[in-house]
Ligand binder design. Structure first.
Ligand code: FAD
Length: 504
């Protein structure tokens, strides 16, 4: 073990988490003399189904200096403007959760307060008509906002759908180019200091041993280092988020890819549809107390847009997180650190948060109790905030009759979430806790879309006459409709900017 300073970082596992961590650490910490080694086992493989992201991924790619169009090309990516939720409020209903802003504030007062007022006065237009993302998504349009595009287009937010295994391969090439050493092999034993319990080395097959100062556990659900060796316990949240299984399958694409994810609520969970350039990803996330694996597979295969192009992949998970994300000299990133179902595409984001916080708190010494405690506090907050937003989708349903939906609709929820829902319900008020990920727009569209929207509005929204309010909001709708109409088709944008010469 080196004398108190961290020089050798060993990453166990090479899924999305492992390669994102290797890429970032070698690029950002490499120049400071940190040597990164990653061990992965092709025989064990990766989960490889993470395909939908949120806009924050742009920051990660930008920090690494990755060219966006090259990234879209390399990962068969499409652009994502938001998520369409079908059958969540009740059967037959749908709404769109867009990235980006909704409407323009008037006289310094939040737009949605005026929208709520107009609704109460009989206005018939939904929030989606005031969101460029929503209007463009349903029209199949996309353009990347550029600084000279003006304030309407610059209200847009976007992310990507991509092939997770291609993303890992892309990042592997990047990380190796930045100096990461990759070792193919199976980790068979974790060596620990007899007195302190700190990790000292990983023993691989063929009698190989890799020593390190700081270890990153990216071994997926196994949690080989953080759980099996260091005993960090798992905090179970499955009483609030009971889905614990998924079956995933890719199918042929039908027509041009749409620029959004679709989430359709089903009898015992929900189904995703993620359009990529070359195929469509699908999966049914469900709770095995209410549905068997065979029935889930049959339901999924019976509702695909095209013929399957892969075998159904069955996965098990438990919602929750490690009580210590960072224990001893080991930091868990990715599925080894915890899991929240992909309803709002947050897993890759939580990986990114783990990496950013590790870099911000990068320890000087192998024992770093202060940095470790802060990291654990921050990551627990990140997981908790996302958890509450996910629970909202289940709690704010009016579906009844199916045992799964009856359970989630009537379950007790965390006090923090109840407080937020009550504030939102009364007069559309919402306040972020600390560095919470999802903002007012997200909470509002989900609550409103599922019939839990504001019942009143802020008195401050009374200051405009009804006639002026009606006219202002009509103007906004018109601006969004015209702007979306003038945008290129999503596929045309990809063809123009993200294809190499000779690509079909
Ligand atoms: P894994 O992919 O499991 O990688 C583990 C790595 O550890 C592998 O390289 C493996 O070989 C290695 N390993 C394990 N044991 C050993 C050993 N003994 N020796 C050597 N190597 C070992 N995220 C999103 O952001 N958006 C989504 O839409 C999304 N959808 C998802 C849907 C489902 C059903 C699931 C389960 C997850 C989804 N995720 C999504 C999450 C996303 O897939 C993961 O967060 C992401 O893939 C990271 O996985 P990982 O790298 O932590 O683990």
């Amino acid at each position: 073990m080196s004398e108190g300073s961290i020089k050798r970082v060993v990453i166990a596992g090479g899924g999305t988490a492992g390669w994102m961590t290797a890429a970032a650490l070698s690029k950002i910490m490499g120049p400071a003399g940190i040597k990164v080694t990653l061990i992965e086992s092709e025989a064990i493989g990766t989960v490889g189904v993470g395909e939908a992201t949120i806009p924050a991924i742009m920051k990660f790619n930008a920090q690494l200096g990755i060219d966006e169009h090259e990234f879209v090309r390399a990962t068969q990516a499409t652009y994502k403007l938001g998520i369409e939720f079908k059958n969540w409020g009740d059967l037959g209903e749908s709404y769109f959760h867009p990235f980006g802003r909704i409407g323009f504030d008037l006289d310094g007062i939040d737009f949605h307060q005026f929208w709520s007022r107009l609704k109460q006065e009989g206005g018939e237009h939904g929030l989606g008509d005031y969101s460029l993302n929503t209007v463009a998504a349903y029209a199949g349009k996309f353009v990347r906002p550029e600084p000279d595009h003006g304030q309407v287009i610059n209200q847009m937010g976007y992310a990507f759908h991509f092939d997770a295994s291609l993303y890992a391969a892309f990042l592997r090439a990047f990380a190796e180019g930045e100096g990461t050493t990759r070792i193919e092999g199976r980790i068979e034993h974790v060596e620990q200091d007899a007195q302190s319990g700190l990790l000292t080395a990983l023993k691989l097959d063929h009698d190989r041993e890799i020593e390190g100062d700081l270890f990153i556990d990216c071994t997926g659900f196994r949690g080989l280092l953080i759980g099996q060796a260091l005993g960090s316990q798992y905090v179970d949240w499955s009483h609030w988020l009971p889905c614990n299984r998924a079956v995933a399958v890719a199918c042929e694409k039908q027509g041009d890819p749409v620029p959004y994810t679709r989430s359709t609520a089903r009898d015992a969970g929900w189904q995703w549809r993620i359009p990529l350039q070359h195929r469509t990803g699908n999966g049914y996330v469900y709770c095995d107390k209410f549905l068997s694996a065979e029935d889930a597979e049959e339901a999924l295969l019976g509702s695909l847009d095209g013929a399957p192009v892969s075998s159904p992949n069955h996965l098990r998970f438990q919602t929750g997180h490690r009580d210590q994300f960072w224990a001893g000299n080991c930091v868990a990133i990715g599925l080894s650190s915890g899991f929240l179902e992909p309803l709002e595409s947050t897993s890759i984001h939580l990986i990114q948060m783990g990496i950013a916080k590790l870099i911000a708190l990068f320890p000087d010494a192998i024992e770093a109790p202060i940095e470790r405690a802060e990291y654990n506090r921050l990551m627990t907050d990140d997981f908790t905030h996302v958890r509450d937003f996910l629970i909202l989708h289940y709690k704010a349903t009016r579906r009844s009759g199916a045992p799964f939906w009856d359970y989630v609709r009537t379950m007790s929820i965390p006090d923090t979430l109840q407080q937020k829902m009550d504030l939102l319900r009364s007069r559309g008020r919402f306040f972020k806790y600390d560095a919470e990920l999802f903002d007012l727009t997200s909470w509002l569209v989900v609550a409103e879309g599922q019939g839990w929207g504001p019942q009143g509005y802020s008195p401050a929204a009374s200051r405009i006459t009804s006639a002026n309010l009606t006219q202002s909001l009509a103007n906004m709708r018109d601006v969004y409709a015209r702007t979306a109409k003038a945008m290129p088709e999503h596929q045309a944008y990809i063809d123009r900017f993200c294809k190499a010469a000779g690509d079909k």
